[in-house]
Design a protein around this ligand. Structure first.
Ligand SMILES: [Zn+2]
Length: 437
C-alpha cells in the first residue's frame, strides 16, 4: 500500500510539474512592457534592421508565398532567410529596439524569440518573431531590453517545423500579447518590404491613402497610388529638311520609378527605322533633351519621306504610355533650270543651227529631252540626253542638239522644246516658236 500511495503521490507531483510547464496566456504579463508602451510607430521615421548580417540576405520563402488566404493555415506569415553554412553560426539580431516577451523552445517555432516594440496609433501591439534558432543558442531572456541591429538573440538553426537551416522572421500586429497563439497577424508591409529591399537597414513607405503603416489582411491591401506617368513632349518636328538635325524637347515623369523610356522613328507603315533606349533606371524624370534617346534618333540621317516619331515609357507600377506624332523629311528645294542662251527665230531651209545653253540642278538630272514640234504640237524630231548622274547638261555638246538638226526641216512654223527632270521630281519646260523660210 505504502508503495501504492508513494506511487500516486509521485504521479501527483509529476502532474503538478507538467501543468506548470504548460504555457500560460498570462506569461507575458510577467514581462514589463512599460518602457515601450509609449513607443508609437511613426511610419515616416520607422526603421527596421535586417535580422541577420546584411550579407545573409537570401529570401528562400517570401511572405504569403503560394498561399492565397489568411484563413489558410499554411499562409506564410513571414519570410525565410537562408544562406550557406549558417547553421549554428549566423547570429540573429533584434530588428528593432524592444523588450523580449518570450525566448524559449516551441514545437513548431523551435527555439524562438518574440520582441515587443511598441504600438501603432490604434493601440495595436507590434511584435517581431524569430524562429527555428539553434539549440542552446538563445542569448536573451524574457523581459530583457534589446537594441535593433545590435543585440544578438541567438543563432540560425533548424529546430521546430523546419526543413533546413533558416531564420523565419515576421513582424505582427495584435491586440493582445498571447503567448499560446502564434497566429498573430503579420505586419505585412514591414515583412514584405524586408523581402523587397533585402538590405541591412530599411525604411518602408507610409501609405498616405489609408494613413496606416500596416495591412493585416492581404485583401485589405490599400489601393496603390495611381501612377502619374506622363510623356510630355514640348517641341517636336512636323517638317524638317533633309540633313537637318532636330532635338526633341520634353520629359517623361512619374511618381513611380521609370523602368524604361524608349524613342523610335518609324516609317509611315509602322516599321522601326531607328530606336534608342533611355538606359538609366531608378529615376522619376527623364529629360528627353539630354537622353540617349535623342542622341540616337538623329534626324539628319533620314532621307525625304513620311515618318512617325514615337516615345514609350513604363514605370514600376506597370503603367505605360505611348506618344507618337507623324513628321515629314523634305528634300532640298530643286534649283532645276533650263537656260537657253541662243535659239533660232527664223532660219533658212537647209541651214543648220546649234542651240546654246545648259540645264542645271542641285539634284542629279534624270532626263533632258529636246523636241521639234509642228505648229499644231505634233512631235517631228526628238532627242534624249542619255547621260545620267550629272548636275549640268551643256545643250551645245549634248546628244539632243545632234539629233535635232534644223537643216532637215521643210519650210513652215515650228516649236523648239526642251524638257528636264531631276531626282527630286522637279521638272521644267522651255519652248520657243521658229520659222523655216
Ligand atoms: Zn517561414
Amino acid at each position: 500500500m505504502k508503495d501504492v500511495i508513494k506511487k500516486y503521490i509521485s504521479i501527483f507531483f509529476v502532474l503538478i510539474m507538467v501543468f506548470s510547464m504548460v504555457p500560460q496566456t498570462g506569461f507575458a504579463a510577467a514581462v514589463s512592457t512599460a518602457e515601450f508602451d509609449g513607443v508609437i510607430f511613426d511610419p515616416s521615421t520607422e526603421v527596421w534592421h535586417w535580422p541577420l548580417l546584411s550579407q545573409t540576405k537570401t529570401v528562400t520563402s517570401k511572405f504569403a508565398e503560394n498561399r492565397t488566404s489568411w484563413r489558410n493555415p499554411h499562409f506564410h506569415q513571414g519570410i525565410d532567410i537562408g544562406g550557406r553554412n549558417i547553421n549554428g553560426v549566423a547570429k540573429v539580431y533584434a530588428a528593432r529596439d524592444g523588450v523580449v516577451l518570450e525566448a524559449r523552445k516551441g514545437n513548431t517555432f523551435g527555439n524562438y524569440v518574440k520582441i515587443y516594440h511598441g504600438k501603432d496609433k490604434n493601440g495595436k501591439l507590434i511584435i517581431s518573431t524569430y524562429m527555428h534558432m539553434y539549440d542552446n543558442s538563445l542569448a536573451v531572456k524574457a523581459g530583457q531590453k534589446v537594441y535593433g541591429g545590435k543585440t544578438v538573440l541567438g543563432k540560425v538553426g533548424n529546430t521546430g517545423s523546419s526543413t533546413g537551416p533558416h531564420l523565419h522572421f515576421q513582424v505582427a500586429k495584435t491586440y493582445s500579447i498571447n503567448v499560446a497563439n502564434p497566429a498573430h497577424k503579420t505586419y505585412a508591409e514591414v515583412t514584405k518590404n524586408f523581402y523587397n529591399t533585402n538590405v541591412g537597414v530599411m525604411k518602408y513607405v507610409y501609405n498616405s491613402n489609408t494613413s496606416t503603416i500596416v495591412t493585416a489582411e492581404p485583401t485589405a491591401t490599400p489601393t496603390p497610388t495611381t501612377s502619374t506617368l506622363k510623356i510630355n513632349i514640348t517641341s517636336y518636328p512636323t517638317t524638317i529638311n533633309q540633313g537637318s538635325s532636330f532635338g526633341l524637347r520634353g520629359n517623361v515623369s512619374s511618381n513611380y520609378k521609370l523602368t524604361s523610356v524608349n524613342g523610335y522613328i518609324l516609317s509611315s507603315d509602322g516599321k522601326t527605322i531607328i530606336q534608342g533606349a533611355y538606359d538609366k533606371q531608378n529615376i522619376y524624370n527623364v529629360d528627353i533633351r539630354t537622353s540617349v534617346v535623342n542622341q540616337k534618333l538623329l534626324f539628319d540621317k533620314l532621307s525625304p519621306g513620311s515618318y512617325i516619331y514615337k516615345v514609350t515609357a513604363w514605370d514600376e507600377s506597370g503603367a505605360n504610355r505611348v506618344w507618337s506624332k507623324p513628321f515629314t523629311v523634305k528634300g532640298k528645294e530643286s534649283t532645276l533650270k533650263i537656260n537657253i542662251t541662243s535659239a533660232p527665230t527664223t532660219i533658212k531651209k537647209g541651214s543648220m543651227f546649234g542651240l546654246r545653253g545648259n540645264v542645271t540642278s542641285n539634284y542629279k538630272l534624270t532626263s533632258v529631252n529636246g523636241y521639234i514640234l509642228s505648229s499644231d504640237g505634233k512631235t517631228i524630231i526628238q532627242g534624249a540626253y542619255d547621260k545620267q548622274n550629272i548636275y549640268n547638261v551643256d545643250i551645245r555638246t549634248s546628244v539632243v542638239n545632234q539629233k535635232l538638226l534644223f537643216d532637215k526641216l521643210s519650210r513652215g512654223s515650228y516649236i523648239f522644246k526642251v524638257t528636264a527632270w531631276d531626282e527630286s521630281g522637279a521638272n521644267k519646260i522651255w519652248s520657243k516658236p521658229f520659222t523655216v523660210k
